[in-house]
Design a protein around this ligand. Structure first.
Ligand code: DGP
Length: 115
């Protein structure tokens, strides 16, 4: 069940400050407070969804489309067109610590040498 007191809900309500990268009616993207890459940004829907299962099962199709458009707009704004990773940790066991659906966008010069 969605907890309205999770930190991202507080960020969406303006109760906790954030460094915004991109914002629109459906999406907020902001820098991760504990970056694990040269660029580390989180993209979240404004609606109340706990994880990727909840979001893809219960969010209306237009909201889901708007979310992915927001992800792309964020990537374009960061200038990361061909050098980034996306991660959606799902469940405590997989390291999800904030139970509001979010996508990590991470980029580091080393990525191009990894593959
Ligand atoms: P996850 O482990 O996938 O649930 O990722 C949650 C991320 O949220 C984690 O990388 C740290 C970040 N985070 C937690 N609290 C805050 C906060 O108050 N502000 C910001 N900008 N990021 C936060």
């Amino acid at each position: 069940m969605y907890d309205k007191n999770n930190v991202f809900a507080k960020i969406l309500r303006g109760e906790i400050p954030n460094k915004t990268v991109y914002s629109d009616d459906n999406v907020l993207a902001f820098y991760d407070v504990a970056p694990r890459a040269r660029v580390h940004v989180l993209v979240i829907p404004r609606g109340e969804y706990t994880d990727i299962f909840d979001f893809t099962k219960n969010a209306p199709a237009d909201v889901q489309l708007a979310f992915w458009n927001g992800v792309r707009n964020t990537v374009e704004k960061l200038g990361l067109r061909d050098n980034f990773r996306t991660v959606a940790n799902t469940g405590r066991g997989a390291g999800q610590s904030v139970m509001h659906f979010h996508i990590h966008i991470m980029s580091d010069e080393r990525f191009s040498e990894d593959f």
